[in-house]
Ligand binder design. Structure first.
Ligand SMILES: Nc1ncnc2c1ncn2[C@@H]1O[C@H](COP(=O)(O)OP(=O)(O)OP(=O)(O)O)[C@@H](O)[C@H]1O
Length: 345
């Protein structure tokens, strides 16, 4: 097994840069997500990892092994997909409708000359891993979307790849099935020990699955961090809005730590400036003393109410409350902490 290194990996289409000098070191056996809005270059990156697309600049390594290298728009090394030890799972499953489940799973192995008892053993093992051991002779059309995606995953795992690439594999499934499949993915990952690279535009999916997330915007890496760090310490205004709830206040702040302690934050309120400071709703607490805010909206969320609030200078804030409040009502809150963001590019 080995990790993946992307070194200034770049892809242009008709002169337009869609992946821009991407640097990532993905540890062996990690589960990482490439996350970002539509068109940010996630799939193109994944296709370069798979070998379906050649980079225009940069290098790609699997451990010590060079899989692709390019300079000045010219590719000097390009290992073909079938020689990369990389498996891919697509949103559309890409199964053969005329083959049964076991034949779909064993297809690539047969092409590689695996036959007889060895073939049966590997197919059975892969189907067992996705909990479809009983379905070997079933027709693909008779399966649900979630089961089909598990067959696609079994096919990928049967080939024992070092790296598994997944391109929005849950996009065609309904919400309840997605949660169930997330559990399956985590389990497959644990069992196989392979490196998983998972493309999604859904931040909650990325957070639930990955140990580390690369957020892309316009082909560029915005941040490469654990889900916790992305949530607590997003780098930019855009990222703070993309991941989780909260509002960005514009405050006049003296130089200091990125994390802004509650007392400092409270002192800075009312001094408008040009430092963007993210305040998450869980850090806005109703209290006896503090700052008076106006309730603009109060929405029932099951376990609590989500509040849209306005500070005295009109800046917006989000918070939670145990009970319902009326729009126009005033409450006092303290802000327990904030996070100073980098100015936008
Ligand atoms: N073969 C191609 N030829 C020309 N342009 C392309 C090609 N493939 C992708 N692009 C463009 O490159 C940009 C990045 O596309 P990509 O599919 O990598 O984004 P994405 O983040 O995966 O988006 P989505 O979530 O919508 O699939 C888009 O503007 C897309 O139109």
């Amino acid at each position: 097994m080995a990790g993946l290194s992307l070194e200034a990996l770049t892809k242009r289409f008709a002169g337009r840069c869609v992946v821009d000098a991407l640097d990532l070191d993905i540890d062996d056996g990690a589960f990482v997500a490439l996350l970002g809005p539509s068109g940010c270059g996630k799939t193109t990156t994944l296709r370069m990892l798979a070998g379906f697309e050649a980079p225009d600049e940069g290098r790609l390594l699997l451990g010590e092994r060079l899989l692709a290298a390019a300079e000045n728009g010219r590719t000097s090394v390009l290992v073909p997909p079938e020689r990369r030890s990389v498996g891919m799972v697509f949103q559309s499953y890409a199964l053969w409708p005329h083959l049964d489940v076991a034949d779909n799973v064993g297809y690539a192995l047969k092409l590689r000359g695996v036959r007889g008892a060895e073939l049966r053993r590997r197919v059975e093992e892969a189907l067992g891993t996705v909990r479809l051991a009983e379905y070997g002779r079933a027709r693909v059309q008779s399966l649900s979307g979630g089961q089909r995606q598990r067959v696609a995953l079994a096919r990928c795992l049967a080939a024992e790849p070092q790296v598994v690439l997944l391109d929005e594999p849950l996009a065609n499934l309904d919400r309840s099935l997605r949660a169930e499949m997330e559990t399956h993915f985590r389990e497959f990952h644990r069992r196989t020990g392979a490196t998983f690279v998972y493309v999604t535009h859904d931040q909650s999916e990325a957070m639930a699955l990955a140990d580390r997330i690369a957020v892309l915007e316009g082909g560029r890496l915005v941040q490469w961090a654990s889900p916790e760090t992305l949530y607590r310490e997003p780098r930019t205004d855009w990222l703070a809005g993309f991941i989780g709830q909260g509002e960005v206040l514009s405050l006049a702040l003296d130089a200091g730590e990125r994390k802004v302690e509650g007392s400092r934050l409270m002192r800075a309120l009312g001094r408008r400036g040009d430092h963007p400071v993210l305040v998450r709703p869980e850090h806005v607490r109703p209290s006896e003393a503090g700052v008076e805010v106006e309730v603009r909206e109060c929405v029932f969320k099951g376990e609590r109410y989500a509040l849209s609030l306005a500070l005295p200078d009109g800046q917006a804030l989000k918070g939670y409350h145990a009970t319902a409040l009326r729009p126009g009502e005033r409450i006092t809150v303290t802000l327990e902490q904030g996070w100073r963001l980098e100015r936008q590019r």
